[in-house]
Ligand binder design. Structure first.
Ligand code: F6P
Length: 324
């Protein structure tokens, strides 16, 4: 392997730049050429490539987003799209690529590998932390800090006005952001898709909370929660059935994806980038780099995309005790 490409794909996450930097610098260290691919698989299909050396990634370790830009590319899901991508990679003399992204991006890489026997390596970059084979995806820790910071601010105003707030957080189909940020910010209730305890229980708990002397409350709602109601409908429901609260809603949205990566995400990205390049140079392929028990690990990419990381039952129990 003489030339390795790197791309970021799917929803961006803080730490992607630090991972790009690590891949590029490891290539430079190993005396292998490196090429950046812009806009994920869309740029691969269009041949939007740029040679990168150690100096191309100066001053980006601290930056959110991705300097290579990202896209959710539907054309790469078609054999025609992948054929164009393959032709561009061959004509640029690229021997392997590292894709930084989530399960959709890994699925694309895996199919591409099967079709063209092209060496690929995945680095998990998503705020959702929904990838099997790693305890942390890049951006999860930063997103948690962002969410906790926002909820701390919401708590100030909630408490000044004796209000109940429903705060919607991201996470797609999983509740990792909601559960961890909820515990970290001291939320009174956390609604996650993995555990739907029903609306009656929510009302009971809010009633108990008020009776126990709490004047304000924060309920974190994962965007994928299974109550069957969105945050605005939850507000109406509580106002109707429990008129003791003045209720407001806050949807945190895409601010959760931005901002400078935390130190944890920067260090993790640096470790993962080194492992990704070294593994390709050792002839390994079709794997995802992860971190488990603070050791950098490799997981077959088909396993990484099939299973989700399991919700932490112990943390659910902790959150229940903390809301007493
Ligand atoms: O996967 C990351 C994520 O931010 C999810 O939490 C969210 O559901 C989704 O992406 C939003 O996607 P988009 O930026 O395309 O609206």
């Amino acid at each position: 392997i003489k030339k390795i490409a790197v791309l970021t794909s799917g929803g961006d996450s803080p730490g992607m730049n630090a991972a790009i930097r690590s891949v590029v610098r490891t290539c430079a260290y190993m005396k292998v050429e490196c090429v950046g691919i812009y806009r994920g698989y869309q740029g691969m299909i269009e041949g939007d490539f740029k040679p990168m050396d150690a100096r191309s990634v100066n001053n980006i370790i601290n930056k959110g987003g991705t300097i290579l830009k990202s896209a959710r590319c539907t054309e790469f899901r078609t054999p025609e799209g992948r054929k164009k991508a393959h032709e561009h990679l061959l004509s640029a003399g690229i021997d392997a690529f590292v894709v930084i992204g989530g399960d959709g991006s890994f699925t694309g890489a895996m199919i591409f590998n099967q079709e063209y026997n092209f060496p690929i390596m995945g680095i998990p970059g998503t705020i959702d932390n929904d990838i099997f084979g790693t305890s942390f995806t890049l951006g999860f820790d930063t997103a948690l800090n962002t969410v906790v910071d926002c909820i701390d601010k919401i708590r100030d105003t909630a408490s000044s006005h004796n209000r109940l707030f429903f705060v919607e957080v991201m996470g797609r189909d999983v509740g990792h952001i909601a559960l961890n940020a909820g515990v970290g910010a001291g939320a009174e209730e956390i609604l996650i898709p993995e555990e739907n305890l029903g609306l009656d229980r929510l009302l009971e708990s809010l009633k108990r909370s008020k009776e126990s002397g709490k004047s304000s409350s924060i309920v974190i709602v994962a965007e994928g929660d299974k109550t069957g109601k969105n945050v605005f409908e939850l507000k109406e429901y509580v106002e109707k059935h429990l008129p003791i609260y003045d209720v407001r809603v806050s949807v945190l949205g895409h601010m959760q994806r931005g901002g400078a990566p935390s130190c944890y995400d920067r260090v993790l990205a640096s470790r993962m980038g080194v492992k990704a390049v070294e593994s390709l140079l050792e002839g390994k392929t079709n794997l995802m780099v992860g971190v488990q028990d603070n050791q950098i690990t490799l997981t077959p990419i088909n396993k990484a995309i099939k299973g989700h990381t399991k919700i932490d039952k112990e943390l659910i129990r902790v959150s229940e005790i903390m809301t007493t």
